[in-house]
Ligand binder design. Structure first.
Ligand code: NAD
Length: 275
């Protein structure tokens, strides 16, 4: 395995997208506890500033779909903290529903945020990291980047893409000191999954994903599923014959993300419409 130059978390500059709430916020806090200088970017910059203030970091406006906005965020981070040692591409959205019931505008939003957001961030941060011969990028993908779910087709597509992007860039830059890691959470207790019954997929706390992201700076593993066993289950599912897998899926009632929206889910969808 390639030995990457170590990054000492005490004093390391960590930039996190979508860090105003949920997994991003928990991750920002977990890095701050380790002594890192944390910068949070989010569409909701008021909440980003509030969140960052709680643990001594800085909050910034950011729209990951806009390369200029992303560049302005990284410029502000460089001015206030220095060059980025660790970038966590975390911002994401998850509209659910039948593929044909969701429209092209929703498809575009999902791909723009979940995939192009990551591409923009990597294009902006990698040149400096490669020049310094040191750096770490964490892309918060999803178990949905390995395991298809009815009712999450475009979200699945965005996350499979992030898993592929991560794996290929990881290979490309492995010998130049820069690591790229995909973190694959199962369901997590945040706004993004609110009101959605994802059973039997286990629902974990944002702090568990945060701990895995922080630990990736030490291990530099390529893919980290949280909880770990869901990664093994996804690998097993990938080699299970389709009739057997479909039977298991039916027994597990795998159409829950297609069901009519709960009130909580409607509220999440309405917030996304406002984006
Ligand atoms: N919650 C889950 O069940 C789950 C499971 C697997 C993976 N994930 C992934 O984890 C990541 C974080 O999700 P979460 O559950 O914390 O969601 P969340 O909805 O709680 O937080 C997402 C944050 O991203 C921000 N954001 C959205 N669009 C943005 C944009 N264009 N620019 C900048 N910021 C933007 C939002 O304002 C919000 O603060 C996402 O990539 C998501 O796909 C979540």
């Amino acid at each position: 395995m390639t030995a990457y130059p170590a990054i000492d978390l005490a004093g390391a500059v960590v930039a996190i997208t979508g860090g105003a709430q949920g997994i991003g916020r928990a991750t920002a806090e977990a890095f701050a506890v380790k002594g890192a200088q944390v910068a949070v970017g989010d569409l909701n910059d008021v909440l980003a500033k509030e969140a960052a203030a709680a643990f001594g970091g800085t909050g910034h406006p950011l729209d990951v779909t806009d390369p200029d906005s992303y560049a302005a965020f990284l410029d502000a981070v460089a001015r206030e903290h220095g060059p980025v040692d660790v970038l966590v591409n975390n911002a994401g959205v998850m509209p659910n529903g039948g593929f044909l019931e969701l429209d092209a505008r929703t498809d575009r939003m999902t791909i723009e945020i979940n995939l192009f957001g990551v591409l923009h961030g990597m294009r902006l941060v990698l040149p400096g990291m490669l020049e310094r011969g040191r750096g770490h990028v964490v892309n918060v993908a999803s178990l949905a980047g390995k395991f298809p779910v009815k009712g999450l087709a475009t979200y699945n597509a965005s996350k499979y893409a992030v898993v592929g992007l991560t794996a290929a860039t990881r290979l490309e830059y492995a010998d130049r000191g820069v690591s790229v890691t995909a973190v694959l959470p199962s369901a997590v207790d945040t706004a993004l999954a609110s009101g959605l019954d994802m059973r039997p997929i286990p629902k974990v706390k944002p702090s568990e994903i945060a701990a895995a992201v922080v630990d990736s700076v030490r291990t530099r593993k390529g893919e980290i599923a949280v909880p770990g066993y869901v990664g093994a289950l996804a690998s097993a599912a990938a080699i299970t014959p389709e009739p057997a897998l479909n039977l298991i899926r039916r027994l597990m009632r795998d159409d829950r993300a297609l069901r009519p929206d709960s009130e909580e889910r409607k509220a999440y969808r309405e917030r996304l419409e406002g984006h």
